[in-house]
Write a protein that binds this ligand. Structure first.
Ligand code: ATP
Ligand code: MG
Ligand code: MG
Ligand code: MG
Length: 575
């Protein structure tokens, strides 16, 4: 590819709504362009990255014996009504109507359609096992689309679905996918961890998330450096005692004085070390089921590090939240011997009468504030804009230093970005849709299923969160938009430079290297700044001076300086 023919459009400034580095850099490098909230154009450079991710995924899925197809983005509601998800699923499911008033959904995932295919096509146990996958556009009307491609509303997912004759075979299919995922994520060249995740009501241990390790990740991961124990916080907490840390063994009896407690009092009550400025805040969140109904209200005590503007807190922009989760408002009251409203100078204007958990959902007109006199904000409406539970994943009963459940060491905690998820489903969907095959005993049986997702467009964002510096992106070779950029300096003035650049470009192309020749005629400073921002891992600079010494300059994106290399040796550097 020649840069003059390609489309390159870089920006000096990041958009105002970009909070995380991947969103900033992807926009500045011209990989994506926003069209609406959580909806992006994949610009030519960005699309090249996405296609490389897809190619690796496709290759490894095929190698693992999965078969590709695609299912419609717009799907008739009838199938979704069969499983009940059309009604039960919350507002994340985008429902639309056609001109005849018929209901449709825009697929957030495709269990219903694939199960419908299976019940028609897979008639006998002899056709099993089967694993179908697609790499296709998804839509989820996320409550808080943000961070660019990381949490979009429209995004690309690879979703696979396995069909088996019995549980043992389904578990074997699950393991094949779990292994394929390891190969896929190894190939991306990222640091990741496979962690146990909650498999929900189905039970068992057959759910794992693949988490790219990054400080900005929305998920907290618990692992043991001395063993292979690793789980997401949800799963780890499920094993830990309920209530604030230590509460199970040592009930606290101290009472905070209404209106007078300082952050030090709170810290003492909770038994947390106070080496940082801590400010506290109480708020409640709703836990909803698939139908969006409130099943439980949780009250959180947040300890905020440092000073924060209440608007920032409300917008969920406050980093480094730490604190503790309580099951109910009543538990807080019991634990501290006072209404949470009085825990520190934070509170409800009118103490809430706790009739049912739902009462707590009233979230208008709170008084919030930090542990400072006269630092209260009244009339705060948390509304539906509360941070999602995963935003406050640090509110936890499991902390670093706890004993690992396998007893082999101490737990450590880090943050991750969920880029993949493998899940054993059992017969949930096959029973819901009456999808059966004939077993070897001649009797119909429900398919045993599994589902397996990879966030194809989230992955590049995760890669950037992990690999960047102040100048821009640093792509791993496997998913770089181009592997090598050839930068001639003074191409218009020097025949030698021009000829060498053209020849090297042709040679690299012939050797199968994904190379771009920057023939735009930009000045060196601007040219290098562009490629450093875009993050092409290998750069070859060709100039008159070094050519006279018979060399060109090679620089990896991570190198501090260029190295002189004979043109003939370049291939060895970039392969
Ligand atoms: P999250 O916890 O981040 O909301 P999820 O658990 O809802 O993700 P899954 O249903 O497991 O997501 O979907 C499979 C994969 O699709 C995820 O592991 C993730 O990589 C990707 N994904 C999910 N939601 C989004 C989104 N809004 N934008 C981009 N990728 C997404
Ligand atoms: Mg989700
Ligand atoms: Mg998740
Ligand atoms: Mg998931």
């Amino acid at each position: 590819m020649k840069a003059s023919q390609f489309f390159i459009s870089t920006l000096k400034e990041a958009p105002a709504d970009a909070e995380v580095v991947s969103h900033k850099l992807m926009t500045r490098a011209g990989l994506i362009k926003k069209l609406g909230a959580g909806i992006y154009n994949y610009m030519p450079l960005g699309l090249r990255v996405i296609r490389k991710v897809e190619a690796i995924v496709r290759e490894e899925m095929n190698r693992a014996g999965a078969v590709e197809l695609t299912m419609p983005v717009v799907q008739p509601a009838e199938l979704w009504q069969e499983t009940g998800r059309f009604d039960k699923m919350g507002p994340e499911l985008l429902r639309i109507q056609d001109r005849h008033g018929r209901d449709f959904v825009v697929q957030p995932t495709s269990e219903e359609v694939i199960t419908d295919i299976a019940r028609q096509e897979l008639k006998s146990y002899k056709q099993l096992p089967k694993n179908f996958y697609q790499i296709q556009t998804k839509f989820r009307d996320e409550r808080r689309p943000r961070f660019g491609l990381m949490r979009g509303r429209e995004f690309i997912m690879k979703d696979a679905y396995s069909f088996d004759r019995d549980q043992a075979a389904a578990k074997a299919s699950y393991q094949v996918m779990a292994q394929a995922y390891r190969r896929i994520f190894d190939r991306f060249g990222l640091t990741y961890r496979a962690v146990a995740a909650d498999s929900g009501a189905i039970g068992g241990d057959l759910s794992e998330e693949f988490q790219v390790i990054a400080a900005t990740g929305e998920d907290a991961i618990v692992y043991c450096p001395q063993s292979d124990y690793a789980a997401n916080m949800e799963k780890a907490e499920a094993l830990a005692p309920v209530g604030p840390r230590g509460a199970a063994t040592q009930p606290q009896t101290k009472t905070a004085t209404p209106g007078k407690s300082t952050c030090a009092d709170v810290a003492e009550l909770l038994g947390v070390p106070l080496s940082i400025t801590v400010k506290s805040l109480v708020l409640a969140t709703d836990e909803t089921n698939e139908a969006g109904e409130i099943v439980k209200t949780q009250v959180w005590l947040l300890l905020l590090r440092g000073d924060h503007d209440m608007n920032e807190i409300k917008a969920g922009k406050v980093p480094g939240l730490a604190g503790f989760r309580f099951a109910t408002l009543g538990e807080i009251e019991e634990h501290f011997g006072c209404k949470p409203g009085y825990l520190g100078p934070i509170g409800l204007k009118k103490p809430l009468k706790i009739v049912a958990d739902r009462e707590v959902a009233l979230m208008a007109d709170w008084i919030c504030g930090a542990n400072e006199v006269d630092f209260h904000i009244t009339g705060v409406n948390w509304g539906r804009d509360l941070p999602e539970p995963d935003m406050v994943a640090d509110l936890r009963n499991v902390v670093a230093g706890d004993r690992s459940p396998d007893g082999k060491g101490e737990l450590a905690i880090e943050r991750g970005i969920e880029v993949g998820h493998v899940f054993y489903l059992g017969t949930k969907y096959s029973q819901g849709m009456n999808a059966t095959f004939l077993g070897d005993d001649g009797k119909p049986a429900f398919f045993e299923m599994g589902c397996y997702g990879i966030g194809v467009t989230r992955l590049p964002a995760a890669a950037i969160e992990q690999n960047h510096d102040e100048r821009g992106i640093i792509w791993p070779d496997a998913i770089a938009p181009f592997t090598v950029v050839v930068c001639p300096v003074g191409m218009d003035r020097s025949e030698a430079v021009k000829a060498t650049a053209e020849q090297l470009y042709a040679d690299l192309l012939a050797a199968g290297v994904d190379v771009i020749l920057d023939d735009r005629g930009e000045r060196p400073g601007a040219m290098f700044a562009d490629w450093e921002l875009i993050g092409v891992p290998h750069r070859v600079t060709i100039g008159d001076k070094s050519l006279k010494e018979g060399v060109v300059e090679y620089q990896h994106r991570r190198d501090a300086a260029a190295t002189k290399v004979a043109v003939a040796d370049i291939l060895a550097h970039v392969k």
